[in-house]
Design a protein around this ligand. Sequence first.
Ligand code: HSE
Length: 470
Amino acid sequence: MILAWFSVDCVRANVVIFNIIWVPNKSIGGKSGQFLTPGGAVMIGIGIIGLGTVGTGTYRILTERAALIRQKTGLDLGVVRIAEINPRNVKGKNIDRAILTRDAMELIRDERVNIVVELIGGMKPAGDLIKAALGLKKQVVTANKALLAEKGEELFALAKRTGCDIGFEASVCGGIPVIRAIRDGLVGNRFTYILGILNGTSNYILSRMTDEGISFGEALKNAQKEGYAEKDPTFDVEGIDAAHKLSLLVRLAFSSPVTMKNITVHGISSIDPVDIGFARDLGYKIKLLAIAKRSASGIEARVEPAMLALNHPMSSVNGVFNAVYIAGDRVGPNLFYGRGAGSEPTGSAVVSDIVDMAKKLKSNAVASVPGLVVSGKYREAKSSPVPYYLRVMAKDTPGVLSKISGILANYKISISAVTQQGRKLSGHVPIVMVTHDAPEDGLKKAKRDIDNSAFTKGQSVHIRIEEGNA
Ligand code: HSE
């Protein structure tokens, strides 16, 4: 229960005013204070900017689970302000009008707000609001992966200067506590390999294409009907959202200053159900994979549709679920699986950050080492050789197979399996090959030569085969 709120200038000693003790907090340093109940519980003021899907889930958990959180942590968390400009997002949510504002800056300036929770997404004005909050020495929690991927370094540097922290558990894989696992649970490990299914929308689309044999377009329409895909699905289906998330994981796990321009990104919009069927015949599933590898020559980071063996645990990650497979040198492989989006799963992660911040405020702890600030230069490694799936639409005449294998041999690519499928597609037959480990540039050159030849039709299709082990 919140007994009272009032603002007090920063002083060094605890001040007892009636039954309420104000605790000056060096980690937040400025004018915001904390309040203790007569029973000694610390009251922490939360301000939520944005009452959309994630904001609503966060608000619900904070209010409906207040007693549980108090019981588990001894913390009293009070949502003291909510900033929202869309009346539809407020309607029917039983929110006290007195805490509502349309002005996010008013929330940030409110001295009762100790933790500013940014849940509006996008670059602007989210970035400016976070900067303003840090400038006023408020702790920040955000789910904004796009902003952190582009501006994380700058925001964390500012947080460091102002003695604050930014919690971003909800920015990668929604409800799965993978950020905390890498930062805390696995802190004694070095990592060399990350494999992620980081985007629920594209995983849902691929799952439906796989299960029902439907086209990308049809599966996308279903995803939009179900409310998983946005009207403009570009970020999700073209791999950009997954790349944002991968960049955060690489910074944390590899302590490397990766940026979006270092990540090779391909989406799923050109995946043909025919290749999903052939993949299954060969013992694989196609997934939009986020892959990061660290070797002596540097880091390779990519997001692209790739084939995984059907018996790989990540192949069973279907629908809107996300997963991260990460291997630590001391702990071995870990697999994190769960809901990567949605109101309450993502709200659950936001709440975990709020509790983390509140604990630091309560103990007057200094901000933790800023997670996304990494020194040094990014060293990009050449893509490592992997096996490829290659489908060529070829004339069904004698000698064609040997011509294709001849072109591959020109680039020192050897074939481990080849089948000519009986399914005739527009007058040509699909020749499906699996190569041994091949360099990406050689494979692309061979593909270009094959596509320019007289015995094939249209563009051939190549898909990486990811072994999926550290
Ligand atoms: N749009 C994302 C997804 C969820 O489909 O996984 C938020 O990052």
